[in-house]
Design a protein around this ligand. Structure first.
Ligand SMILES: Nc1nc2c(ncn2[C@@H]2O[C@H](COP(=O)(O)OP(=O)(O)OP(=O)(O)O)[C@@H](O)[C@H]2O)c(=O)[nH]1
Ligand SMILES: [Mg+2]
Length: 442
């Protein structure tokens, strides 16, 4: 990367800036062990340690006083996270200790790393491609089991491998076209464009791109609003799902006035659930404001679970993609045939309801987290879409018998997009954005 040097030594606190039992401070860069050994109680042991070994000792300040007892995990050049000589110090997690260690490293002439800089170096040294570097961020910020598992798969190279295979297939097509373009037509047998290979490739790219929806769902989660008329049992269901008495339940209509929200997990999908004020005509100013808020939430929801009180069927909205009508109080009255029914009191029908919610949100393709390559990055989605479109245009041109040099342009465009995905040809400004806050080429 133009303008970026990796020969300075960087350091950073790898754990949270908070008091805890232990904290980890990382140092990376050629010669870091020599420099660190000047303030380490066992200099020789640190300098001569083999790769991936632990060295116990004390870090000392300029006067020779111990700052803390530490364990240094040593990685020699070509190994470790950054593939540079590096040391990870596990120290005690007191803020005073952390502060002193960071001050010591600064004093020794090392540079405090920018956010994402360790990962950026791992990328520069070829330890990770761009999809894996992104997976590091996605893994660290994952909120659900499935999101974590999918990100880990990408970090281990599942997406990298998938894209490499697609690129190889594309390069095969490009090579065939180039041979044809390089030689006069009469020197070669009649050229047949590898059409079926192209069709297959388009499907692969599109299929991978389509996983974005599910990846996003498991990452970002969804908003579900419990709505319905007063006394329908919204707060009862809310409490049942959260397994705690969060919302007030009573036979008095209009009990819930303002909405309450809480987080839960529905079959691996992170859900923000809202209990809302029951919908009815009201002269009460406060209740009316609550109802307005309910309506606003309904507008913003990914899914509205509309509860109907089976004992007094009032307004029943139309089912649509975003509205799931559920008949409550099935323990008292049998609901209409074929309709989703539950009892928020006994819990009857609730597992069915949760399965239906997950199915609706995932639009049929519920993930178990370990079966497939799924993307969740908008950048990757855009590049895959661009690649698919370029390949599709190429197919149209081939079918119209347009000269090969024009179809080759579209193939080149697709190749460019796949290259950007893995970071082979990614512009510096995009890299800078990905390794957030970190200045490339400054
Ligand atoms: N038998 C039976 N009673 C229920 C069921 N669900 C709720 N109830 C009762 O119905 C009454 C109203 O329940 P809530 O959960 O407060 O209803 P709500 O929809 O939150 O009502 P508002 O907050 O007033 O809009 C309470 O007395 C509940 O105990 C159910 O499935 N079966
Ligand atoms: Mg309520």
């Amino acid at each position: 990367m133009k303008g970026y040097v990796t020969d300075d030594i960087i350091y950073a606190l790898a754990t949270a800036w908070a008091q805890s039992a232990l904290a980890v401070v990382r140092v990376s860069g050629q010669g870091c062990r020599n420099l660190l050994s000047t303030r380490f109680s066992r200099p020789k042991a640190l300098i001569e340690a083999a790769n991936a070994t632990l060295v116990h000792g004390y870090l000392r300040d300029g006067n020779g006083s111990a700052i803390d007892e530490v364990v240094a995990a040593v990685y020699t050049d070509g190994h470790g996270y950054t593939k540079e000589e590096s040391v990870e110090f596990s120290c005690h997690g007191s803020l005073a200790v952390i502060k002193e260690i960071l001050a010591l490293f600064n004093h020794l002439g090392m540079r405090s790393a920018e956010g994402g800089e360790f990962t950026f170096r791992a990328f520069l040294h070829g330890r990770l491609d761009l999809t894996q570097a992104e997976a590091v961020g996605e893994l660290v910020s994952s909120q659900s089991q499935i999101s974590r598992s999918l990100a880990l798969g990408r970090l281990e190279g599942s997406l990298r491998g998938r894209i490499a295979a697609m690129k190889e297939q594309l390069l095969g097509i490009v090579a065939a076209v180039e041979v044809q373009l390089d030689y006069a037509e009469d020197e070669l047998d009649e050229f047949v464009f590898p059409r079926s290979g192209l069709v297959d490739l388009i499907k692969q790219v599109k299929d991978l791109s389509a996983t974005y929806q599910i990846g996003r769902l498991y990452r970002m989660g969804a908003r579900i609003v419990l709505a319905g008329s007063t006394n329908a049992g919204k707060s009862s269901l809310f409490n049942l799902l959260l397994k705690q008495e969060r919302s007030i339940v009573s036979p008095v209509r209009g009990t819930t006035r303002d909405y309450i929200e809480a987080d839960l997990d529905v079959q691996g999908i992170p859900i923000r659930l809202y209990d809302t004020a029951g919908l009815r005509e009201s002269d009460d100013a406060i209740e009316s404001e609550g109802i307005r808020r309910t309506e606003r939430l309904i507008g913003q929801a990914d899914l509205v679970v509309y509860l109907v009180d089976s004992t007094e069927l009032g307004h029943v909205p139309k089912e649509d993609e975003r509205t799931l009508v559920v008949y409550n109080k099935s323990d008292l009255v049998k609901p209409p045939k074929g309709r989703m029914a539950i009892s928020a009191q006994t819990g009857e029908g609730v597992p069915n309801l949760l399965a239906e919610i997950a199915k609706r949100l995932a639009k049929g393709s519920v993930s178990s987290g370990d079966e497939q390559v799924v993307i969740e990055s908008e950048r990757q989605h855009t590049l895959l879409e661009n690649a698919a479109q370029a390949l599709q245009r190429c197919l149209v041109l081939v079918d119209q018998d347009i000269p090969l040099d024009i179809t080759a342009v579209e193939l080149g465009e697709a190749l460019q997009n796949l290259g950007e995905l893995t970071g082979e040809v990614t512009p510096a400004d995009i890299l800078q954005k990905i390794f957030s806050g970190f200045c490339v080429g400054k």
